[in-house]
Design a protein around this ligand. Structure first.
Ligand code: CP
Length: 308
């Protein structure tokens, strides 16, 4: 499969077979990640985070370190020449000259694609505005695949801010690559999926229903994927005030659900997922976050041509 040298901008650019290949390599990485390897010992990764991150940045940097590679970069752009007015494109040209692969998070939609156009080395999108978060979707799908043994035929409820949430959007796109997945999209009416996502699902004939009420769908769900309301993406603060705190998954909400049902969340959480759920056997979100390391190890090794 052709991973070497490839950019990772959107999960839509990957076929089902390619995603399953990433899962298989990630499973192998789980076995070696504690002791580490020297697979990428000659490689240098740039970690460019123009927006805050805990999991994505640290799991990419951990993945590179576990593979024997090295990392340069920044966790906020204030200390770079962007503060003096340098453009994103010029910044990327410089970083591209110094390193072998670029991992980048940026608030502007389309920024990863713009970076990939000026970089000779591969660019991995670690989140661009509300648009895409492809490696999050890969680790989400990997977690479902490991926990439930398959993705085909599952009923997945995606809950929360589906308008601004790039993790939710990328997961929906990723699920569309599998067979007979049923989507229940649960959100306040102000936060429904964007038209381009709805149009895509309709074109692909993906089974999808929308509701504001999680109790309508939770009993029958195999996966409940909860997301936070993305306060930082609202252009109108009054609109945020209208929807904040409008849902919360707690133990009462999950009583009587299917025994095998798993609860995922890309994290961070605010108030939409009660901490009392953490001790439930359904809660898999911390396992999901841990899976970020082997999945990102797999991607880095495949793209840098050191895994097949
Ligand atoms: N899931 C996710 O993207 O988390 P961070 O914002 O902490 O990277």
């Amino acid at each position: 499969m052709a991973f070497k040298g490839r950019d990772v901008i959107s999960i839509l650019d990957f076929s089902r077979n390619e995603l399953e290949h990433v899962f298989r390599v990630a499973n192998k990485m789980r076995g070696i990640m504690k002791h580490g390897t020297t697979l990428l010992k000659t490689n240098l990764m740039a970690s460019l985070f123009f927006e805050p991150s805990t999991r994505t940045r640290l799991s990419f940097e951990t993945a590179m370190a576990r593979l024997g590679g090295r990392v340069v970069g920044f966790a906020e752009p204030g200390g770079t020449s962007i503060a003096k007015g340098e453009t994103l494109e010029d910044t990327i040209r410089m970083v591209d000259a110094y390193t072998d692969i670029i991992v980048m998070r940026h608030p502007k939609e389309g920024s990863a694609s713009s970076a990939a156009q000026v970089a000779d080395h591969p660019v991995i999108n670690a989140g661009d505005g509300s648009q895409h978060h492809p490696t999050q979707a890969m680790l989400d799908l990997f977690t479902i695949w490991r926990e439930l043994g398959k993705v085909d035929g599952l009923h997945v409820a995606v809950v929360g801010d589906l308008k601004h949430g790039r993790a939710a959007t990328s997961l929906i796109y990723g699920l569309s690559k599998f067979d007979h997945v049923r989507l229940s999209l649960v959100s306040p009416s102000l936060l429904k999926i964007r038209n381009e996502v709805a149009d895509y699902l309709s074109e692909k004939n993906i089974s999808m229903s929308e509701t504001e009420n999680l109790t309508d769908v939770i009993r029958d769900a195999d996966v409940v994927y909860v997301t936070r309301i993305q306060k930082e993406r609202f252009s109108d603060p009054a609109e945020y005030e209208r929807v904040k705190g409008s849902y919360c998954l707690d133990l009462r909400a999950i009583s009587g659900t299917n025994d095998q049902m798993i609860i995922l969340h890309p994290l961070p959480r605010v108030d939409e997922l009660a901490t009392e759920v953490d001790s439930s056997p359904h809660a898999k979100y911390f396992e999901q976050a841990k899976n970020g390391v082997p999945v990102r190890m797999a991607l880095l090794a495949l793209i840098l041509g050191e895994a097949r």
